[in-house]
Design a protein around this ligand. Structure first.
Ligand code: CA
Length: 378
């Protein structure tokens, strides 16, 4: 940190002390106050991979200076499985690597939009086919074990068919993406569609999943809404929990009620004797771990930390054969954004016809509207 010599108005500033803040994914913590040294270090809490930035505020006896902030730095351990991320946090999105391999400035970006909520979005180029990678943070996998790689993806409009392939490698680089997960596949629906593929790494290691946008030029957007990796369940592991239901607080408060029933059978359909635990998550965050639940028992919880927007709840039961099948549900929490008013072009046509304006002028009107819409899109 470089100490200020003069104040904002080029005047003498007296003896300075500093307050230091750490900005994490969901909170800001003052980690030091009133220090006089121009350096500060701390051992970060042990955590899964995330990103932090630091802020410094200079203070003299009577005045507080503006906050100076550092860039975000990625830190923390490699992820384990089951891994799930619905990109609910902009800072954690920095743990992903984006490579604009054709170097045209159009590429993947973390976005939070009214239509799709929080997601990674590949943006089209009018000139170039896509050659753009979104690569996950490292995930620890075992050699010889089979994992499900799941994700939800959509395009922006049905008429713009996009293309995506998925690969895996041992580094977040284009060269390392050598193992096929999903061959080039058309993304054809503006609603999220679930995709699931299986991978079996040959050796223990830290692996990266790469989403390669290869849409032709002059298409539109690819949205990636979530990704997950979990070991394929044994047939003797628990079936999914039943009736997983999440309900947003009706007043618009940031709370949700989540309920489900513990499984009573294994995936193969045999009665289950014992469940080791059930993990209930919102995105990557574990809301509750229930130890040794009785098969068929019913549970309900309040999640008091959902994000404003779409939230993905998952529940997985475990027994001595490992993780069972996953149940998942998505809901919108918090005050909803009013839906856009529907433009009823047909009403306009009828009204003009009623007024005797005739077909021709109505047709022109609609053509103009179409043209305006096209301009907005471009
Ligand atoms: Ca590009």
């Amino acid at each position: 940190m470089e100490e200020p010599k003069l104040g904002l108005h080029q005047a003498y500033i007296g003896q300075l002390t500093y307050d230091i803040y750490r900005f994490g994914s969901t909170d800001t913590i003052r980690v030091a106050s009133g220090i006089t040294s121009s350096t500060f270090s701390e051992t970060l809490p042990k955590t899964t991979r995330t990103s932090y930035a630091y802020g410094v505020r200079a203070i003299n006896t009577t005045q507080r200076g503006p906050m100076a902030r550092s860039e975000y730095e990625v830190t923390g351990d490699v992820f384990g499985v089951p891994f799930f991320d619905d990109f609910g946090n902009k800072n954690d999105a920095l743990t992903y690597t984006i490579i604009d391999a054709n170097n045209d400035g159009f590429t993947w970006k973390w976005t939070d939009t009214q239509e799709k909520g929080k997601a990674f979005r590949y943006s089209y180029s009018r000139r170039n086919n896509g050659d753009d990678w979104l690569i996950s943070p490292p995930i620890k996998l075992e050699g010889g074990k089979t994992y499900n790689v799941g994700f939800v993806a959509s395009n922006a409009e049905a008429q713009y068919k996009e293309k995506l392939e998925v690969k895996m490698g041992n580094a977040p680089t284009v060269e390392a993406m050598t193992t096929d997960v999903m061959s080039v596949t058309e993304i054809t629906t503006p609603e999220y569609k679930e995709f699931e593929k299986q991978i079996t790494p040959t050796a223990d290691g830290d692996y990266y999943i790469g989403f390669h946008a290869v849409s032709e030029a002059k298409k539109y957007f690819i949205y990636l809404g979530s990704i997950s990796i979990e070991p394929v369940s044994s047939n003797e592991a628990p079936a999914t929990v039943a009736n997983l239901k999440a309900t947003a607080n009706p007043t618009g408060a940031l709370k949700a009620a989540v309920s489900f029933k513990a499984p009573e059978k294994t995936i193969s359909g045999k009665p289950i004797n014992r469940i080791e635990k059930i993990e209930l998550r919102n995105g990557a965050r574990i809301i509750k771990t229930i130890a040794s639940p009785a098969p068929g028992a019913e549970f309900s919880f309040i999640d008091d930390k959902p994000t404003h927007g779409m939230n993905t709840y998952t529940a997985i039961a475990y027994n001595e054969h490992g993780n069972g099948a996953k149940a998942m549900t998505r809901i919108y929490v918090g005050e909803d954004i009013p839906a856009e008013p529907v433009v009823r072009v047909i009403d306009q046509y009828i009204r003009q016809a009623d007024l005797g304006a005739g077909k021709r002028s109505s047709w022109r009107c609609c053509r103009r509207l179409e043209s305006e819409l096209r301009n907005i899109r471009c």
